[in-house]
Ligand binder design. Structure first.
Ligand code: ZN
Length: 300
């Protein structure tokens, strides 16, 4: 039977095993073949659970060849647009668009060598709030270092968050340029950093919500990276030109708009907007997710 036609066509491209029987049941119940043809029900099921299988191996190309866009069911998209502000909280939103490629959760366990994170129940890609918070933290760290003109990230991070001087810094606290010079110069930075990110004693004042695709759809595309010295990275040889490059495929999010929210009980709108603008700046300049050093993950 030709690929993708009817129930058995869908089953043709799936790995053998108990999943296939389970899927047969699922297809009968939910017209699962719609996922193969674009009008998606839950694309994460296909990528994470029922991975396409062809010629004896897992094969994403079966349905992602040339890139593909998926609709988000209206009831989910609508729910994300109308998040109510809880009583006593302020909320600001940010929006940004991924053009070239976003790869989040690449290192997660998967039958394929690489993975992409999908929302567990909705099956749509998302940017976790924790990742956004971590990214913003890097920006604030760099801003403080720029202000001081001293670049010692681990010392600066300890100083800003009110922790002890790092033991492995290679110098004593008394000799630390960050700890000795920052006290008055970085007063405002310290206060803002601790309010946003919290300390060991006190939690941060902002809730970073996960960011979801807007506009009712998202697009996925295959990409490829070549590991030129596979033996070397396995610790089994030199990074030499006689190694055969190892080609690894991965899935990236492209041409997709995202929207996220920052929520706070104690910060006023102006303060939240300032943080939001910095977050936008970090998303534009550093990028988020995997492979940002080579231009992935830029959201603008
Ligand atoms: Zn130091």
């Amino acid at each position: 039977m030709s690929k993708g036609k009817g129930r058995d066509g869908v089953l043709d491209i799936l790995a053998p095993g108990p999943h296939r029987d389970y899927l047969r049941y699922y297809i009968d119940r939910h017209k699962y073949e719609r996922t193969i043809h674009g009008n998606t029900l839950n694309v994460a099921l296909l990528l994470d659970k029922f991975v396409p299988w062809r010629n004896g191996k897992f094969d994403y190309f079966a349905f992602l060849k040339g890139g593909k866009c998926f609709q988000i069911p209206e009831e989910i998209a609508g729910r994300m647009e109308d998040i109510p502000v809880p009583d006593g909280f302020r909320m600001v939103e940010w929006r940004g668009r991924v053009e070239g490629g976003l790869v989040i959760g690449m290192g997660a366990p998967h039958v394929h060598e690489t993975a992409l994170s999908f929302h567990r129940s909705w099956g749509i890609p998302y940017i976790p709030g924790t990742a956004l918070k971590g990214l913003l933290r890097t920006l604030y760290l760099d801003m403080a270092q720029d202000r001081l003109g001293i670049y010692r990230p681990s010392c600066m991070e300890a100083f800003l968050s009110g922790e002890d001087h790092p033991r492995d810094a290679g110098h004593r606290k008394e000799d630390c340029p960050v700890f000795s010079k920052s006290k008055d110069t970085l007063k405002d930075e310290v206060e803002e950093f601790r309010r946003i990110f919290g300390t060991k004693e006190k939690q941060g004042e902002i809730v970073f919500m996960d960011a979801y695709p807007v506009d009712g759809n998202f697009c996925l595309e295959m990409d490829v990276m070549s590991v030129h010295y596979p033996d070397y990275y396995r610790g089994e040889g030199l990074p030499a030109d006689w190694s055969s490059p190892n080609i690894i495929y991965f899935v990236k999010v492209v041409n997709t708009g995202f929207r996220g929210l920052l929520i706070s009980r104690t910060m006023d709108e102006g303060e939240l907007e300032r943080v939001r603008d910095n977050l936008k700046r970090a998303l534009e300049t550093y990028g988020i997710g995997a492979k940002t050093a080579v231009g992935y993950g830029v959201v603008r």
